[in-house]
Design a protein around this ligand. Structure first.
Ligand code: HEM
Length: 211
């Protein structure tokens, strides 16, 4: 019971991040009869999209959603004083894994070399290259080992989100809502704005016990 209480947050993130995998598995056929072969299932998507388009859609959307969510952790801490390192790390892992799934689908459908055929894919690729070291250092051990450099390394997530947003914008898909959320987060991080929120929060905390 104590374990659940302590780890509730990241367990919820892990469950939420894993659930869309069920949708992905429905669209993929894995065959072990002649070694391992993976193919895209046909006639499993109801609307006007093909299976591959739907796979891009599901994986890309979850990658950008988790990326946006993880970048709102600091603004949420500034405004509400709520912080949970394990939840944040679980969100970071979900971001990297969904981005890698998205890229794996692309490689399976188009081949690795196609990555370099369009600027927007190259931008996505650089974002993924950035996310890989972030994925492997998203844990307490690395935090202790890297000390100050850990924060520096993690700040590359901002570059990754910028590249990902440009990737999605060039593709003319939904990007504005994520850009607005991430942009507001940046404004809240500006020291003058941040200090106002922190002072407001602390004042409210000081007043509330007696009211
Ligand atoms: C090597 C890296 C990447 C490649 C090759 C790639 C490729 C693609 C392709 C082919 C599409 C579908 C385009 C279409 O339907 O017209 C797509 C869509 C998308 N990608 Fe990527 N991508 C990459 C990285 C990323 C990353 C890092 C993110 C975000 C974290 C991302 C988020 C999205 C989103 C949100 C969509 C739109 C999905 C939709 O609503 O249909 N991609 N990407």
């Amino acid at each position: 019971m104590n374990f659940l209480k302590k780890n509730f947050g990241w367990i919820i993130v892990a469950i939420l991040a894993s659930l869309p995998l069920l949708v992905i598995f429905k669209m993929i056929n894995v065959d072990f009869s002649n070694g391992l072969s993976v193919s895209f299932a046909e006639n499993v998507v109801g609307n006007d999209k093909t299976t591959v388009e739907m796979l891009y859609h599901v994986s890309g959307e979850f990658a950008i959603r988790w990326m946006t969510a993880v970048l709102t952790c600091t603004p949420v801490f500034i405004i509400f004083g709520i912080n949970n390192l394990f939840v944040r790390q679980a969100m970071g892992i979900a971001t990297a894994i969904w981005s890698l799934i998205h890229f794996a689908i692309f490689i399976a459908a188009e081949g690795f070399l196609e990555t370099f055929s369009q600027v927007n894919y190259v931008l996505g690729f650089i974002a993924i290259l950035i996310l890989i070291p972030l994925l492997f250092t998203s844990n307490r051990k690395s935090m202790k080992r890297l000390k100050k450099n850990w924060k520096k390394l993690q700040s590359f997530a901002y570059v990754a989100v910028l590249l990902s947003l440009i990737h999605v914008a060039i593709l003319d898909k939904t990007w504005m809502i994520y850009a607005v959320i991430v942009g507001l987060g940046f404004i809240i991080r500006i020291p003058v704005v941040k200090n106002k929120f922190v002072i407001f929060r602390k004042n409210r905390k000081a007043v509330s016990p007696s009211s």
